[in-house]
Design a protein around this ligand. Sequence first.
Ligand SMILES: Cc1cc2nc3c(=O)[nH]c(=O)nc-3n(C[C@H](O)[C@H](O)[C@H](O)COP(=O)(O)OP(=O)(O)OC[C@H]3O[C@@H](n4cnc5c(N)ncnc54)[C@H](O)[C@@H]3O)c2cc1C
Length: 382
Amino acid sequence: MDFTPSPRTEEVRAQVRAIIREHFTDEERRKVAESGTLHSQAFHRGLAAAGILGAAWPVDEGGQDFSPHEMDVVTEEAARAGAPLAAYSTTMLVAETIRRMGSRELRDRVLPGVLAGETIIALGYTEPGVGSDVAAVRTRATRREDGKWVINGEKAFTTSAEVATYVFVLARTNPDVPRHRGLSLFLVPTSTPGISFSPVHTLGGEKSNMSVFDNVVVGDDALVGEVDGGWQTMIVALDFERGGEFAAEVQRLLDLVVDWAGENPEEITPHMLRRLGRAATATEVSRLLGIRTTGLRAEGRPANLEGTMAKLYGTETLLKHSSQLLDSLGARGAARARDLDREIEHVYRHSFVTTIYGGTSEVLRGVLAERRLGLPRAGSKS
Ligand SMILES: Cc1cc2nc3c(=O)[nH]c(=O)nc-3n(C[C@H](O)[C@H](O)[C@H](O)COP(=O)(O)OP(=O)(O)OC[C@H]3O[C@@H](n4cnc5c(N)ncnc54)[C@H](O)[C@@H]3O)c2cc1C
C-alpha cells in the first residue's frame, strides 16, 4: 500500500499553511486562548476566500472536487498549528447534510453563506442527562394550529453557539412511536426569540454552552429531512465524521517536545527519549488508522468502524502521551520553557474532552466489540 501523498495533496497542504500563516496570527491565537471560543473568524474567512470550505463538493455546487485525502490536509494542518476548527467542523457537517437532505429552498438559503465563511452552525444534539443515548432527547417540537413548530427544551454542550448563525436542533416531534422514529432535525436561527445561551467552561479551556429553547417558533422551512425522520438524517450526518483528525493533535504534541529538546539538549534524559520513541510510534499508528479510514471513504466504501477505531486510538493516544510527556518535562519544563510547558499542559487538559465528544471511549469500545467482533451488546441475554 502506498501512503505517499499525491502532488495535489501537497499543493493543498502548502496552500493551507499559507492561509494559517496569514490569518491565524498571534493576535487571533491570543483571542482564542483567552475567550475559549474554538473559532477564529479571520482564519475561517481565509479558508472561505480560498474556496476551501466546500472544496469537497462538486465544482457546479461551489466546490473544487477535492478528494477526502485533500480535505484531511485542512484539519491536519490546522491541528498541527493549534488553529481551532470546532465551528468549522460542525458547520461543514451540517452543511453537507443540508446539501444531501435539505430542500432546494433550504440549500439556496443556507449554503452560499456557509461557503462564504459567514454562516456558522452549532450542533444541538446533547441535553442535560442525554448524551451517548441521544435518541432519548426530551426537547419537544409541537405543531401549532397555524402549522408552525414550537420548540421547548434544554440543550447541553452547544459548542460555538456564541458565534453561530444557526443551531441544528434534534427534537422529539412524535412521542407516541418508538423513540428513534419520533425525532426531527431543525435548523434554527440563533436570532429567533426564545433562545438563550450560557457559557460552560471545560477542563480543556474550551468554551461550550447550555442552551434554552423557550417557545421558539419556526416554520417547516427550518426542517432538515422529513418530519419524524431525524434519526435517518443523523445517520447520514454521522457518515461525515472522520475520526482520523486526532493523529495531527498527537503529532503537534510531539513537535512541541521535539523542538524543545532540540533547543535544550542538556535537558534530555534517556527516560525522556524512551517516552518520545513510544509517542512517535503511537503517533504513526494513529496517522495510519486515519489514512486507512480516508482511503476507504475515497473509494466510496463504508468506513464507520475504521473511523471509530481511529477516533478511539487517536484520542486515547493523545491522553496517554500528553500525560507522559508533561511528566517527563517536570519542573525543568516549567522553569526553563514556560510557554512550552503551558502548551503541553493545555494539550493534556484538552485531551480528556476529546475522549468524550464525538462518542465517548467507553461507548466506542462497545460499538467495536459488537459490530467488529460480532459480540452481543453488554447486558443482553442472547
Ligand atoms: C467539550 C465538549 C464539546 C461538546 N460539543 C458538543 C456539541 O457541539 N453539540 C452536542 O450536541 N454535544 C456536544 N458535546 C456533548 C458530547 O457529545 C457528550 O458529552 C457525549 O455524547 C457524552 O454524553 P454525556 O456527557 O451525556 O455522558 P453520558 O452519555 O451520560 O456518559 C456518562 C459516562 O457513561 C459512559 N457510558 C454511557 N453509555 C455507555 C455505554 N453504552 N457503554 C459504556 N459506557 C457508557 C460514558 O462513556 C461516560 O463515561 C460536547 C461535549 C464536550 C465535552
